[in-house]
Write a protein that binds this ligand. Structure first.
Ligand code: COA
Length: 219
């Protein structure tokens, strides 16, 4: 039997629970430690019975035992950007966490450090960058391009030939019409139906979705 590869999971809350479930579905990876550098005092020293570390010194100690793979389990896009830089600087390589109930075309391209939750359907010719979260039950139709550090919340339906640029947050249950482009760092409110292009850094809500005039903070 192949030995499970040790992995560091950055995060020790809700997203980390999801990633823990997904990685636990196979013998490929074994979680060696979680990182929580936010709730340092209140955090228990273990999460799901596995050690939680709080700083780069502790992480380097773990690296000495051969740990060099990581995945980020943090929903906030801005935090995910800075954590990814830290992990790369420390010399980590990223894995993906893809739930076994997802159906992903062999002709779709998926980068690294992505979390793909249960029941996702991804068509052929879809491209997903790196550090992107795809929520439960999301569908992404053929030829759509999803950028880096994107969140697509659960139950959203993305039609064909859609482009979602970097650091976009798509709210729960959003519907996106085919060939629409969503500009970088935008937020689409929960339940929106997007039928026209959305400019970068917009916050857009409603049916049909319209920018509110607010500037998004997804940097
Ligand atoms: C769109 C969004 C970013 C706006 O957040 P916000 O700026 O804090 O907005 P507020 O809650 O102050 O609401 C402002 C107004 O917009 C309305 N509104 C907020 N979200 C809305 C939405 N998704 N659709 C329609 N209207 C919405 C509010 O009812 C309120 O209306 P009012 O001024 O008439 O009272 C947020 O509501 C949202 O939908 N985020 C996505 C959440 C999500 O999908 N989370 C999944 C996590 S994985």
């Amino acid at each position: 039997m192949k030995k499970a590869l040790p992995v560091l999971v950055w995060g020790a809350s809700g997203q980390a629970e999801v990633v823990t479930d997904i990685l636990g579905q196979s013998d490929t990876y074994q979680i060696k430690a979680y990182v929580d550098d936010v709730n340092i005092s209140g955090t228990p020293q273990t999460f799901n019975g596995i050690p939680v570390v709080h700083n780069d010194f502790d992480i380097r100690e773990l690296q000495k035992s051969g740990l060099n793979l990581a995945i980020i389990a943090v929903g906030n896009i801005t935090a995910r950007v800075s954590i990814s830089k830290r992990l790369l600087k420390l010399g980590f390589k990223f894995i993906n966490a893809i739930d076994h109930t997802s159906i992903i075309s062999k002709r779709a391209k998926i980068g690294i450090n992505n979390v793909i939750k249960p029941g996702v359907i991804i068509d052929p010719m879809v491209e997903i960058g790196n550090h992107t979260y795809v929520g439960a039950g999301v569908t992404i139709a053929h030829h759509s391009q999803i950028g880096n550090f994107v969140n697509i919340a659960g139950g959203s339906n993305i039609s064909g030939h859609v482009v979602i640029e970097d650091k976009v947050h798509i709210g729960t249950g959003t519907v996106i019409k085919d060939r629409v482009l969503i500009g970088k760092e935008s937020i689409i409110g929960a339940g929106a139906v997007v039928v026209t292009n959305i400019p970068p850094q917009s916050v857009a809500i409603g049916v049909p979705a319209k920018p509110t005039g607010k500037k998004s903070a997804n940097k």
